[in-house]
Each structure stands twice: as C-alpha cells, then as structure tokens.
Design a protein. Structure first.
Length: 420
C-alpha cells in the first residue's frame, strides 16, 4: 500500500508540474525553497483549476454530444452539434486540425480562425461555423487524400482530457484504393474440423454467412435437441470469475512498453462467438472471452491501441447444479458430458468450476487468426502481430499459470463491451 501511494503521489506531481510549470522536485542544484510554500502554491492552483472546471461540460462526468462536419468550400466548415447533457456546452474559439493516418497536427499559417455559434444549451442542437480561410492553405486541404482524411479536435477547456472531442471533416472526396471484399466465409467452411464436432442437426446453421438472421431459429433448434436427451442439461452460471491479464514478468510484445503489456488483453462476457453464433443453447448464456488487442494500422504496433480479437474462451458452472459426470453441457453447438469436460477444467472451488473451452471454438490458432484477419478487414497483421497473439495464447493456455490469474469479479461493473 505504501508503494502504491508513493506511485500515485509521483503521478500527481508529474501531472501538476506539466500543467503549472512548477517543479515540486528539484532537477538540478538551485536555491532551497520551502516545501510548504511550493505545496501551498500547488494547492491554490489545483483548487482554482477545480473550481473553474467543476461545472463545465465534460465526458468524464457523463456529458455526451454529437458532432457532424460539412465542408462548404473556401475554407468554411459547418458543424452540426447536439448537446445531449443537462449542462451548457461552450466551445472555445480554438481547434487542432489533424491528419488521420499519422495523427499529426496540420500546422496553421496563422491563428486567425473565426468561430460563430459556439454555445449550446442543455439538450439543444444547432450549427457552429468555422472559417479556416485565413489560417490554413485551403488549396492544400482540398487536395484529395487516398484512404485518409482530416479531423478537428475541439475543446471547451484548453484540450484537457475529457473536455476535447474529435470531429471528422472531408475537404474533398477521398480516393479509395480498390480493396477485396471482406471474406464472409461460414464457420463450417473456415474450420471443417470444428464443424464435424457440431451436433448433426445443428450443422446447417453453422453454414450460414449471416448468423444474426438465424439466431432465434438456431436457439429453438438447440432447445429441441436438448429436450430429447435422456439426462440433465446444466447451463452456464452467470460469470463472476475474472482472469487477470497482468502476469508479473511476462512480456507479450517486446515492441510495446512494459507498463502497457496488461493493456494488450481485454476480458468480456459475450453471448456469441466472433462470427455471431450463440455460445450456448439459450439467449442469456455467456462465456468468458479473453481477447488480444491487435493494431489496425502499422503505426499502432508499438502501442496498446487497436481492435480486439477473441482469443480464448472459458465457461463456468455452479457446482451445485452438477449432479453427475453424466450430466450434459452444451457449448457452441457441441454436446459434452461433464466427464468429458474434465480435461478442460482449469479452476474449481467450493462453489464454481471453470473450463477452458477454446478448443470448442476453433481447432487451429494460425488458421483461425488468418481467417479473422481476412474476414474482418480491420486488423493490421504481420509476423510481429502474430507473435504477440501467440505469446498471449501460450501464456494463458498454461493451466497452472491460468489458475493463479483467476479471481472473483462483478459482471455488471466490469462489462466492457455489449454483447452482440
């Protein structure tokens, strides 16, 4: 706890120094300054800043807005603004113009930018107009970009976190390179070995390229199948176990800073697999999915930014619901007894048992990843990304390591993605 408090204090000091220019810890030999004087000055600055911004519109306080920009020509941009909060939203007359592909700011020729219509009352919509003609080379902005665009960063409080917002703007119709249509191969075609394991009466559903359209029909077929069984079917428990992705000393990707390694993993509790097929036999059935964060652009390789790729699947049951090893579990179109599930068990205590059921969702990691990259079209993939995925996969398929990372959690407070 002492080291944690010290780390928090150091973070606060760094943030204060960056925003106020006051150094709380001397970096070189200088005249001694009473610590009390410095802390008093810090307290005054922080209290002033807090008092100034407490009532301002902020996404950190749950305030929401909608922005939509349209280029009118000659450097004039109109932005449709919808204030969805109970606070007044007042934009400052300043912006940053950014290039999407590089996330770099377009340097203005001057600061002479004209804003009109910058204030919007609670739950009010309207138009803000921005004139860039005297501040930027408009002709250069109107040059068509290839697979790229610009965006504004707007603010109501000096671009502070939670008080700045991005808004896409097109000064010209973008040029798009011809691209192959995303592969929408059905799961049965992508993984024939897995399809062979699916219950025979359910296999036609796994041949669908639009699982969402046949979801209710599929669930009804599952219930029909289970009703004909001579034995008890046990359904998954509401997930309350969590898998800690921060394994001490383990580096998943050496290209990414060590302090961001745990950010390469995301956990959630989906009702469907990556294709959109239900994970269980009922609409409410969920599994625990451990996802890897993969880059969407080559520029993201050394960061923890990107999109998620479902990597490992786990399912948990209440021990009190299982009466016999001959009871049935139904997972991803496949019927197994709990005796057969025993080899997949990774955790058990007096109330719950958890199984690693990844093998019931795909049969070969490399083929699965390459198919997801091709099918989705939003993932940057090369051998470095593959190694990141493989390292995380290997780390959490070690049952001894995995068991040490399992803990109890709260589904409601930690649900980070809505189910499909």
């Amino acid at each position: 706890m002492e080291s944690l408090n010290r780390e928090h204090r150091q973070n606060i000091e760094r943030i204060f120094e960056a925003r106020t220019g006051v150094a709380l810890r001397p970096r070189a030999i200088r005249r001694p300054v009473r610590l009390a004087v410095v802390l008093a000055a810090a307290l005054v600055c922080l209290l002033t800043a807090t008092a100034f911004s407490a009532g301002l519109f902020s996404s950190l306080a749950g305030d929401e807005l909608s922005l939509s920009a349209a280029y009118e020509g000659d450097g004039l941009v109109t932005i449709q603004v919808e204030n969805r909060s109970d606070k007044v939203l007042r934009f400052q007359s300043q912006l940053r113009l950014m290039r999407w592909s590089t996330a770099e700011e377009v340097e203005p020729l001057s600061s002479d930018i004209s804003f009109t219509g910058t204030e919007f009352g609670p739950h009010e919509s309207g138009t803000m107009t921005i004139d860039l003609s005297r501040a930027y080379d408009v002709a250069a902005l109107e040059e068509p970009l290839t697979d790229d665009h610009y965006y504004f960063v707007l603010t109501n409080n000096n671009f502070l976190f939670g008080q700045d917002w991005m808004c896409t703007v097109f000064f010209a119709e973008p040029v798009q390179n011809p691209a192959e249509e995303p592969d929408t191969t059905a799961l049965s075609q992508a993984d024939q070995a897995l399809a062979a394991r699916v219950e025979e009466t359910l296999r036609p559903y796994f041949e669908s390229d639009d699982p969402g359209a046949i979801q209710q029909e599929y669930l009804a077929a599952c219930q029909e199948l289970l009703s004909q069984l001579d034995g008890q079917v046990v359904y998954p428990a509401r997930p309350c176990l969590s898998i800690n992705g921060d394994i001490p000393g383990v580096i998943y990707d050496p290209e990414v800073p060590e302090e961001l390694q745990h950010s390469l993993i995301m956990e959630w509790w989906p009702k469907v697999d990556s294709y959109g097929f239900p994970v269980g036999a009922r609409e409410e059935d969920r599994v625990i999915s451990l996802d890897v964060i993969v880059p969407q652009r080559e520029d993201d390789l050394e960061t923890a930014e990107g999109t998620n790729l479902s990597l490992l699947y786990f399912v948990m049951y209440d021990i009190n619901d299982i009466e016999s090893p001959q009871d049935y579990a139904f997972i991803h179109g496949q019927l197994l007894t709990f005796g057969e599930l025993e080899e997949y068990k990774v955790y058990e205590d007096g109330q719950y048992v958890c199984y690693d059921v990844t093998d019931l969702f795909y049969t070969d990691l490399r083929s699965y990843v390459e198919n997801e990259v091709s099918r989705r079209g939003d993932i940057y993939f090369d051998e470095r990304v593959w190694q990141r995925i493989k390292n995380i996969y290997d780390a959490f398929r070690d049952q001894k390591v995995l068991a040490e990372q399992i803990c109890y959690t709260d589904l409601d407070s930690l649900m980070v993605r809505p189910s499909a």
